[in-house]
Design a protein around this ligand. Structure first.
Ligand SMILES: Nc1ncnc2c1ncn2[C@@H]1O[C@H](COP(=O)(O)OP(=O)(O)OP(=O)(O)O)[C@@H](O)[C@H]1O
Length: 488
């Protein structure tokens, strides 16, 4: 298995290039395979999230190529020093998912060799319910991440590699303008759009371009999540002056996925002051989010209005033409001979987002290479049958939430709310479970659709529902009924 892992690492290095490989993939270690699931260990929570969003599909595909039994991968944070409070067990009584951190004892099975983990499948220990998300104690597991505050940029995410079409032309033009401007024109630039439509790609492209135009300009790019953790760390180490200094001395500040700090009041407060200080000094601020400023629930009103002061540009869902253009560009970049009718087929069938489209293309290319056969429509349908089925069904998470809420006689709003009473939390878990089963959405995406919950919450919901289906026949029947209704 170690040899297989070594081969996979080699492939990844060739695909993503030296810089991204060193930043994101070299630190990964392989911990074993159990029940068709490969376990990968990463040093920090931030890195886990990045790997999950950007590389998990590819790593899984490469593993399946090496070992056909492999179905999924599991990325966990190694945390030898995780405080005991974080690894507290949950007996399943408390049914909100963020409390699902399994006990270290359960994790230190024969398969799981290195150290201990701050959580089970998919991740670092989420804060226990007693802590708020922003509690310094609760996020101790990320405090070991003492790297540069700016996140590394993905070398693939440049303007040259960004395909422009109707849905993203405004966002692209605005991004270009800001990247090439010699003075600040719109401040902030606010880019927003649905999952996997290219926000991060555009943010990185701006950063690359600014650095290229003037290497002396100090550009900081980071996710809102990392901003929060930096802030918490500063509080914990009583280092807030240095924190403020660090952020307020930049020429360009770029914050990705700002919706993450919704509901996190002290981080918002700090962000608001940082933002104002920079805008006042005429420094460029660039923000991305999944919603427009006015739709950012849980964000203070003064911050929402401030975010909308500059230029707000949205990225719309892709059109067939854009999807085909992206597929052609990616196929060229992979140097893969793919018949046009296969690309057209994919552009018709996979409509959810660009990330999934890319994943599909990578899968068929990897498969063809492995079996040594040319790519055809038939092989594409065969290799992607799961994905195509999920896209065919086209059940949306909104529909699932509506149906499940009706069935259990609760309000749809409770699917997003923080209420933890069993009467609403259980249906919410059922809806998360069905979202995982019936849509092609990833765990983080599902979490976001349920009031911005963490992906570990979704994982916990899926496990809990699976468990209850085996122990409670009436419950199993309910779930089955809902599934049939949604599929029909
Ligand atoms: N117009 C485009 N041209 C080329 N590649 C694209 C385009 N749009 C998106 N992509 C690719 O799709 C993938 C997902 O894009 P990205 O990570 O930027 O999405 P996002 O909007 O930031 O998603 P999330 O909401 O999950 O953060 C990336 O690999 C990116 O390169």
């Amino acid at each position: 298995m170690d040899q297989q892992w070594a081969r996979i690492r080699g492939r990844l290095k060739d695909e993503v290039g030296e810089i991204a490989y060193r930043s994101w993939l070299q630190p990964l270690s392989f911990a074993g395979i159990r029940g068709g699931e490969v376990r990968i260990v990463v040093p920090t929570r931030f890195m886990r999230d990045w790997v999950l969003t950007h590389y998990a599909d590819r790593i899984r595909n490469l593993w399946s190529g090496e070992n056909p039994e492999v179905q999924s991968i599991d990325v966990v944070v190694a945390a030898a020093n995780a405080p005991a409070a974080l690894a507290a067990d949950d007996d399943g009584e408390d049914i909100e998912g963020n409390d699902a951190a399994p006990a270290p004892a359960r994790l230190s099975s024969a398969l799981v060799q290195p150290n201990s983990y701050t959580s089970g499948s998919y991740g670092a220990a989420p804060p226990s319910p007693a802590f708020s998300d922003e509690s310094p104690t609760a996020v101790a597991s990320v405090l070991e991440d003492r790297t540069d505050i700016s996140a590394p940029l993905d070398p693939r995410f440049t303007f040259e590699n960004f395909v422009v079409g109707k849905p993203n032309e405004l966002a692209h033009a605005a991004a270009r303008r800001v990247a090439d401007a010699t003075s600040v024109t719109f401040n902030p630039l606010f880019l927003y759009g649905g999952v996997g439509l290219g926000k991060t790609h555009l943010m990185h492209a701006i950063a690359w371009q600014i650095r290229r135009n003037d290497p002396n300009r100090k550009v900081i790019y980071l996710s809102a999540e990392k901003f929060m953790y930096q802030f918490i760390r500063a509080l914990r180490f009583k280092d807030t002056m240095a924190f403020k200094q660090q952020f307020r001395s930049v020429d360009v500040l770029m914050i990705d996925d700002v919706q993450f700090i919704s509901g996190k009041d002290s981080t918002q407060e700090e962000f608001f002051h940082t933002f104002n200080a920079l805008v006042d000094q005429n420094r460029q601020v660039i923000i991305s989010a999944d919603k427009s400023p006015s739709d950012l629930e849980g964000m203070e009103e003064r911050l929402r209005s401030r975010l909308g002061w500059g230029l707000v540009a949205d990225i719309h869902p892709t059109t067939y033409e854009l999807r085909l253009g992206i597929l052609q560009a990616k196929a060229d970049a992979l140097n893969a001979a793919i018949p046009l009718k296969v690309l057209e087929f994919l552009a018709h069938k996979i409509t959810s987002n660009v990330r999934e489209l890319e994943g599909a293309l990578n899968r068929i290319v990897a498969h063809a290479e492995l079996v040594g056969r040319a790519i055809s429509l038939e092989s594409t349908q065969e290799v992607l049958h799961d994905l195509l089925r999920a896209n065919d069904r086209r059940v949306t998470i909104d529909e699932i939430q509506k149906r499940v809420a009706e069935h259990f006689n609760i309000r749809v709003a409770d699917m997003h709310s923080a209420r933890r009473a069993r009467a609403v939390a259980r249906p919410r878990q059922v809806a998360m479970y069905l979202a995982k089963q019936l849509t092609a959405r990833s765990l983080p995406e599902i979490g976001r659709k349920f009031g911005g919950r963490d992906h570990t919450t979704v994982m916990h919901a899926v496990k809990k529902v699976e468990e209850l289906r085996t122990t409670d026949p009436a419950f199993a029947e309910d779930v089955e009924l809902l599934r049939r209704m949604l599929e029909s």
